[in-house]
Design a protein. Structure first.
Length: 682
């Protein structure tokens, strides 16, 4: 038992020996003796570089998989499928979080995962800051400080992920001694507002230490710290605002921390905390937004091989085709397979795009309906056509492009989504395929490997963070809100008159957008359009679930049936009556699942299904075997993940006992301490 504890919480992190020019495309570095390690600038650079790693193993405990990436073959579309399981985007099956009886205590041990990574950061910070203060580290002083700042940043980023998923969390800054009671003490959870303040403090140190431009390419800089500070502060402010009065906020009714003796003296002024975090978000976001212009071409931020020199991009991950399997990804390959990757946009997401004049689709006479791709895309927000595929879009300019795609003059063009594809990795579940990330260069098709760059941090987020935080704090769009909002609209090629959008928004017609709710009630039209702008700008970049949770925008999700494209008005003709030159492969047999029939062999939902409204594809109702067949339901306990039983067993008063009540850790609201159990209400 004690060895398990020590493995989880103690020991020095693996030490590293060499460095490379591009640390986001870096080989694993061999361990060396800590007796001679971390005494030079090169040592510090190499150690910090490990945190950038994009590991094949998504459960990599100690290093890597911290920052966004396109992953490898294992991840299919990498970053661009991170919004699966929300109202924006979905795979052929929903997230288990929305299905009763599917997610249990112990399904994930996030606590262990975060502790391992924090331990590695703490070893570096504790060791290096002491040596730096004693002038024991050789090299360029500015560079030494920069690498120290990097690790402060990574510790903050790991803590932010823990805060988002687990809430209250221990605040650790040192390597723990080989002592059971010391570990029990260190495992005590601190209220989430304190954790958030600790994160901001680490990011302030990172900003202070890091250079405006990193010593080598593709490494963090001080503006990355400011951006993430605005993200963390906005997350905590809005979480506390919208979960106020619940067990998910320290001091709220039923807050489990109140039962712990070590928190008996804790008190909080929740309104003051909200105000503090909003102000911090505004100031940090403004630093980034003032210093970086938006890039003129939205699509190129996601489909370019080289993102260097783009002012909006603060950090990106570089890939290349060589013998190292970790240096490339498969994003472009999957998108070229008729928008595959087992992910697709929902009808809700598509309907959130405004017309080019800034009007919602229901308020504009220019909206032509959704019966064909041509009608859907006519006169819409420019980001829509750069994000979603439509018939006729170029997939590849390779003359030898795959024969199953419609061809014209030797080039491959998108014809129809592969909604019947047997191989899920090549399929699209909704009829709205991703174009975001698609590179049409023939060079990209020469092999299945892709090497487009992955944007990690971009300044557009700072623009959005500023607008939202400013409005949440002040209730108006003063300050730089007008400047930043108009810049986002102008880049999209649409009307910059956001007030016209607000004035013409009917919130009762926005119910399919989960972001129109907080705590079960729809919000005002100004705040909704701030959230809508964020949704459209950041779609498929992994923000949506965290946003929905901090806004408490899932309470109303009860018996929801996600819809895809309008299949039955005319889109079905793409499958039943194609021209000979349009498709070489046989037309799939459409097997309907008629409403009320429990057939498990169907491959398309029925027009007669009441949730189809007589026309829409239902990705979870193609056959009765799908876990989402009966609809999506949210359990409020799932706003936070549970802590696994293992962590309670490792922190009892008597080592190895089953007296979990004596543990220094408390469980999150609505969950028990026993693995395999469901949340309350399921």
């Amino acid at each position: 038992m004690k060895k398990i504890l020590l493995y989880t919480f103690i020991a020095a992190a693996s030490a590293l020996a060499t460095s490379c020019n591009d640390y986001l495309d870096c080989e694993p570095i061999t361990s060396v003796s800590t007796n001679v390690y971390l005494y030079s600038e090169t040592d510090l650079a190499a150690y910090a570089a490990k945190f950038y790693n994009d590991s094949e193993n998504e459960n990599d405990d100690e290093y890597g998989n911290i920052l966004p990436s396109h992953g490898s073959a294992t991840y299919n579309l990498g970053l661009f499928q991170k919004d699966n399981g929300t109202d924006d985007q979905t795979a052929d099956s929903p997230s288990k979080l929305f299905i009763k009886g599917q997610y249990h205590v112990g399904d994930d041990d996030l606590w262990h995962k975060y502790f391992r990574k924090i331990r590695a950061a703490n070893y570096f910070i504790q060791t290096v800051t002491e040596r730096y203060a004693n002038r024991e580290i050789s090299g360029n002083d500015a560079n030494i400080k920069h690498y120290i700042g990097e690790v402060y940043f990574f510790r903050a980023y790991i803590y932010l992920t823990a805060l988002q998923n687990l809430g209250d969390f221990p605040i650790l800054t040192e390597i723990l001694p080989d002592d059971y009671n010391a570990i029990r003490e260190a495992s005590k959870r601190r209220p989430r507002n304190e954790v958030a303040r600790f994160i901001l403090s680490d990011l302030d140190k990172a900003y202070e230490y890091m250079l405006p431009t990193a010593p080598v390419s593709n490494r963090l800089n001080k503006d990355c710290a400011a951006l993430v500070k605005s993200r963390a502060a906005l997350f905590e402010a809005t979480w506390e605002k919208y979960h106020k009065g619940s067990a998910f906020v320290p001091g709220g009714p039923g807050w489990p921390g109140a039962s712990m003796d070590y928190l008996k003296d804790f008190s909080i002024n929740i309104d003051s905390e909200i105000k503090y975090f909003l102000q911090q978000a505004i100031e940090a976001a403004d630093i980034v937004a003032q210093g970086h212009n938006l890039h003129g071409n939205y699509a190129s931020l996601f489909n370019s091989i080289d993102l260097s020199g783009i002012d909006e991009i603060l950090l990106w991950r570089k890939y290349s085709v060589n013998s190292d399997a970790t240096s490339y990804h498969f994003v472009v390959s999957y998108l070229q397979r008729n928008g595959g990757g087992n992910t697709g946009y929902t009808r809700s997401m598509v309907n959130s795009y405004l017309m080019s004049d800034g009007l919602p689709i229901y308020a504009s006479t220019n909206y032509q309906g959704d019966d064909t791709y041509e009608h859907i895309f006519t006169d819409r927000d420019g980001r829509m056509g750069q994000t979603i595929l439509k018939t006729g879009d170029l997939l590849s300019d390779d003359p030898n492009f795959a024969t199953w795609i419609k061809k014209s003059d030797g080039y491959g063009y998108f014809y129809r989504p592969e909604i019947f594809e047997a191989q899920k990795e090549n399929s699209n579940p909704t009829g709205y395929c991703l174009r975001k990330g698609l590179n049409t260069s023939g060079d990209m098709q020469s092999t299945k490997e892709s090497y487009t760059g992955c944007p990690i941090f971009r300044a557009a987020e700072a623009y959005l963070n500023y607008i939202e935080a400013y409005y949440e704090l002040n209730g108006n769009l003063g300050g730089n809100c007008d400047k930043y909002w108009k810049a986002l609209r102008a880049r999209a090629g649409m009307s910059t008159d956001y007030q016209k959008t607000i004035n013409n928004t009917d919130i009762s017609k926005e119910k399919q957008d989960w972001g129109s709710y907080s705590a079960g009630q729809q919000i005002n039209t100004t705040l909704y359009n701030i959230r809508r702008e964020r949704r459209v700008e950041l779609v498929s970049e992994g923000f949506r679930m965290a946003d929905l949770k901090r806004w408490r925008a899932l309470d109303q999700v009860k018996d929801v049936h996600v819809q895809g494209f309008n299949f039955w008005d005319s889109m079905y003709q793409l499958y039943t009556n194609p021209q000979a030159e349009d498709a070489v492969t046989p037309i799939p047999q459409i097997t309907l699942l008629e409403y009320g029939v429990t057939d498990k062999t169907a491959n398309i939902s029925a027009k007669s299904d009441p949730y189809a409204e007589g026309k829409y594809l239902l990705p979870y109702r193609k056959n009765a075997a799908n876990i989402g067949f009966n609809g999506l339901n949210w359990n409020t306990s799932k706003y936070l993940y549970p802590i696994s039983n293992k962590q309670f067993r490792l922190t009892t008063a008597v080592p190895g006992s089953n007296e979990y009540e004596s543990s220094t850790i408390y469980q999150n609201p609505g969950w028990s301490r026993n693995d395999g159990t469901l949340p309350e209400g399921e």
